[in-house]
Design a binder for this molecule. Structure first.
Ligand SMILES: Nc1nc2c(ncn2[C@@H]2O[C@H](COP(=O)(O)OP(=O)(O)OP(=O)(O)O)[C@@H](O)[C@H]2O)c(=O)[nH]1
Ligand SMILES: [Mg+2]
Length: 372
């Protein structure tokens, strides 16, 4: 009798162990769906739309919502249409001609118009001249093909986002940058991506400068089913980040995404504050895995001058380039990578929650310089 009871208890125990992960996932999903329904309208009031248009599929934006909608899609080509429109006539011109001295001038003009930046443009064109000489390229079409290949090669590098901290430490991503570039929105979108991958996320409201900043982040947390920690207005941002990491550790959260207040790169005291945030976030039980400098693509080359100070203060590990959808300055990607030596890890292609995608250099070069 006792033995059969033991067997029944043992089987019940095994069964519950087997279904626990499933229950956890289902619960997280349900929580997200419920809160998303309530929060979506509020977020839309704030000008954040969840709709994404377009045809082609971008790998990292294909998350389905929990209500099992069809995957929403986004076209890189469509999103970059503004950047492309500035250069498309010149591209067509070069494509149809045979290579002559004026072709090189047109090409330089084209790259500068696309905001590749003077220094990077000269370097790109010089190397392309050498390729054209060695490979005896005679048509504009061949030249553009060689240009695309060279650009893809230049952009080929590791862009992986890391959330791998040693056992017992909580991985932290910090988002830094000047005012209004899209830090908070990018955190919301990144949280959506990570929770879609099945990770648990905590959003830390390290922007204590404005009360509205924490509220904006909280809405994103509710939308994504992420945890959320804030401090009081005017609190020390480092202590909010530290409290967030401790809370994440206690709750066994997979990743902490830390927001920071927008700041001008030439304000020394604010850059020191940022350095402190980074140091504190890296204290046990936290481990900073990414410091993402958010740059607004519509500011073009100005974004580059911000980067140096941020890199010095906070040891930036990668760039999030936002608002590429509304920018005529897509070429900034090449300048960032060449002049800053930092990888563009994510790009923002709109205000919707799925509009933050991995930067795919092949796709990007084709969307900018490929055939119509
Ligand atoms: N079109 C477009 N808009 C974006 C993108 N990313 C952010 N935005 C918009 O840019 C505006 C500013 O975004 P926030 O996330 O508040 O910027 P922030 O850097 O946190 O701003 P501060 O906290 O004030 O420094 C919002 O209206 C966003 O919806 C993007 O990739 N494309
Ligand atoms: Mg913000």
């Amino acid at each position: 009798m006792n033995t059969s009871l033991l067997i029944v208890v043992f089987i019940a125990l095994m069964l519950s162990l087997a279904v626990l992960p499933w229950i956890h996932r289902a619960w997280t999903t349900r929580r997200r769906t419920q809160s998303a329904a309530g929060v979506q309208s509020e977020i839309e009031e704030d000008g954040i739309s969840a709709d994404v248009g377009g045809d082609d599929q971008l790998s990292s934006s294909e998350g389905t919502s929990d209500s099992e909608q069809a995957p929403r899609t986004v076209s890189m080509r469509d999103k970059l249409s503004k950047a492309r429109s500035v250069i498309s006539d010149r591209l067509k011109g070069i494509k149809g001609e045979s290579v002559s001295p004026s072709t090189w001038e047109e090409l330089e003009e084209l790259l500068i118009l696309a905001d590749v930046g003077v220094e990077t443009t000269l370097d790109v064109v010089n190397r392309l001249r050498e390729t054209a000489r060695l490979e005896k390229l005679e048509t504009g079409n061949d030249l553009l093909e060689a240009l695309k290949k060279q650009m893809k090669d230049d952009l080929s590098r590791d862009r992986e986002l890391s959330h791998a901290a040693p056992e017992g430490l909580v991985p932290v991503w910090l988002f830094v940058g000047v005012n209004g570039v899209g830090k908070t929105t990018s955190i919301g979108k990144a949280a959506r991506r990570l929770t879609d991958e099945g990770l648990t996320v905590l959003l830390a409201a390290g922007d204590t400068f404005r009360a509205a900043a924490a509220e904006q982040l909280e809405k994103w947390a509710q939308l994504c089913g992420a945890d959320f920690v804030r401090g009081s207005e005017g609190a020390d941002p480092s202590s909010v980040i530290f409290d967030s990491v401790e809370a994440a550790n206690a709750r066994d959260i997979d990743v902490v995404l830390g927001d920071t207040a927008g700041r001008l790169h030439n304000k020394v005291n604010l850059m020191e504050e940022l350095a402190k945030v980074r140091r504190v976030a890296d204290r046990e039980p936290g481990q900073v895995c990414e410091v993402l400098l958010v740059i607004d693509a519509t500011t073009g080359q100005n974004g580059l001058s911000q980067a140096k100070e941020f890199t010095e203060a906070a040891s930036v590990t990668g760039i999030v380039l936002t608002k590429l959808d509304g920018s005529a300055k897509g070429g900034i990607v090449f300048a960032i990578e060449k002049e800053l030596g930092l990888p563009v890890k994510l790009i923002g292609l709109g205000e919707g929650e799925l509009d933050l995608v991995d930067f795919d250099s092949e796709q990007f070069v084709e969307a900018m310089f490929g055939d119509d």
